[in-house]
Write a protein that binds this ligand. Structure first.
Ligand SMILES: [Zn+2]
Ligand SMILES: [Zn+2]
Ligand SMILES: [Zn+2]
Length: 491
């Protein structure tokens, strides 16, 4: 599959940032700037048996490759489609006796492609593997050691019958993976399941308040023989109006952190100092740490500090309880924390929003939908004041809040949220993405229920009972905090 629409964009020298991409004409929210299949991609070590190695869908039942017994696929179609990138890997794994770790598998897949096609520009690519940044000079001592170990293990795995690459070149590839590895998600976009390299995407620079978003579309493989059959790809989509000649940007990190924390994270993980407008001016920082404003109740600095201390301690306990699966404990701690926070912190305070996010998610999972809905509503109110109106995280949060309200029988608010989420996801994910399709079904369902509710509440409640039994809305399979907030994969 070739890259689509690469004539919409061109490489240029972005001041202070190195190479960047700018557009050759005007774009509007929801427009696809370009779509790109992975140059190479692998499933995480922990999920090799649960996620298809071709389309990265998470499935309860997968078929394994009869040869290496390592690779797993949805079906024959995915196995066939993946064979070109698995063929050499398959025989190497048979000889080696097991699948090596994800980094080594990804490096090997890249090098087998280079063996076949060369390291120069491939068709539809604006940059080549040879040209991508590796940030070797920025690695810390420990990281350099790790890289050496990876290269060493790679050489053990790499078959002697294949083209031999020098240690320096192999190190370059590991460096590229380290700073450009894109997080692959499952078909619902809820869980990180692998890592891949998308060369054109690597050219898009960061901005904390970007004009684009990038979404992985796992493709549609049910319609094998129809014109709707599409392969997995990323799509770079505009989230605001972009004028001709403007630079394209995406955010590498979640916006819901203070500018100083985002800058720190970007420096540590991506080796640059963010000079975006939001960081330079600290835009929205005040809202993120705001306390309640009413004159007569304005909390003293002492009280605020105490709440922050309490929050910090509680969050540690929450993390621990959550990792142990003690969800009732999580709820207890979060309730205590909110009780302290609510009289002091403003509704946009990120420390409170984090607690609201966890408690609403866990309560939904435990099926305490009423209380979950209350917290989710407050969370969404805060998010809407902070996030870009077309932020994908915002859309997903509103969607989950809408489903929670539906479960709680709060059909009016629930339907409103689902419509709102649908509008955002049409921009960030597009109409063909599986999540958008799910949302469309939900929107139709809640619309019908709302009409029924307005006509006759009794019939509505009976029908809802039946609908719940059929469980048409399974957006909440378990509280995962693997929500993918960072674009690129970091250890
Ligand atoms: Zn598949
Ligand atoms: Zn195999
Ligand atoms: Zn920034």
């Amino acid at each position: 599959m070739t890259v689509e629409n690469m004539d919409n964009v061109q490489i240029f020298n972005s001041e202070g940032k190195g190479r960047g991409l700018k557009v050759t004409k005007e774009f509007w929210p929801g427009d696809v700037l370009f779509a790109e299949p992975p140059y190479a991609a692998v499933v995480f070590d922990s999920l090799t048996q649960n996620v298809c190695h071709t389309c990265f869908r998470k499935q309860p039942k997968l078929q394994r490759c009869g040869q290496c017994k390592f690779a797993h696929y949805c079906d024959r179609t995915c196995q066939k489609e993946g064979w070109a990138s698995h063929k050499s890997e398959c025989s190497a794994i048979k000889i080696y006796g097991k699948g090596p770790n994800e980094n080594i598998r990804l490096a090997a897949r890249i090098l087998w492609r280079i063996e076949k096609e060369g390291g120069d520009l491939s068709e539809g690519c604006l940059t080549s593997m040879d040209d991508l940044q590796n940030h070797m000079e920025d690695l810390l001592e420990d990281e350099k050691k790790e890289l050496k170990v990876d290269v060493h293990n790679f050489l053990d795995f790499w078959p002697t019958t294949c083209r031999q690459f020098g240690v320096q070149y192999i190190s370059h590839i590991f460096g590229v993976i380290n700073c450009n590895g894109f997080t692959m998600s499952d078909q619902r976009g809820l869980e990180a399941v692998g890592v891949g390299i998308f060369p054109n995407l690597c050219l898009v620079n960061h901005d904390c308040w970007p004009n684009c978003t990038v979404i992985l579309n796992n493709g549609n493989h049910e319609a094998v023989n129809s014109m709707f059959h599409t392969q997995m790809r990323i799509e770079l989509r505009a989230i605001s109006k972009i004028t001709e000649g403007e630079e394209l940007t995406v955010s590498y990190v979640d916006f819901l952190n203070l500018s100083q924390d985002r800058k720190k994270q970007l420096k540590q993980q991506y080796y640059f100092d963010c000079t975006c407008e939001h960081c330079t001016k600290g835009i929205k920082d005040d809202l993120m740490i705001a306390t309640i404003m009413e004159e007569e109740n304005k909390p003293s600095e002492e009280v605020v500090n105490e709440v922050m201390q309490f929050t910090k301690k509680t969050m540690e306990k929450v993390e621990k309880a959550r990792s142990e699966g003690s969800f009732h404990e999580v709820v207890k701690y979060c309730r205590e924390c909110l009780k302290k926070q609510e009289p002091v912190l403003a509704d946009t305070n990120i420390h409170q929003l984090r607690v609201l996010s966890i408690i609403s998610e866990v309560l939904s999972y435990l099926q305490y939908f009423q209380e979950a809905a209350d917290h989710a509503r407050k969370m969404v109110d805060g998010y809407q004041k902070l996030y870009h109106p077309n932020n994908a995280q915002l859309g997903m949060a509103i969607m989950r809040a809408g489903v929670t309200h539906w479960h709680a029988g709060l059909i009016e608010v629930g339907h409103g949220m689902i419509c709102k989420a649908y509008a955002i996801l049409m921009v960030t994910h597009g109409p063909t993405h599986p999540i958008s399709k799910d949302l469309e079904t939900m929107r139709a369902q809640t619309e019908m229920e709302l009409r029924m509710f307005q006509q006759n509440e009794y019939i509505y409640h009976n029908m809802r009972e039946a609908a719940l039994k059929n469980q048409p809305m399974k957006m909440m399979e378990g509280p995962s905090d693997q929500a993918i907030k960072d674009l690129f994969h970091r250890k």
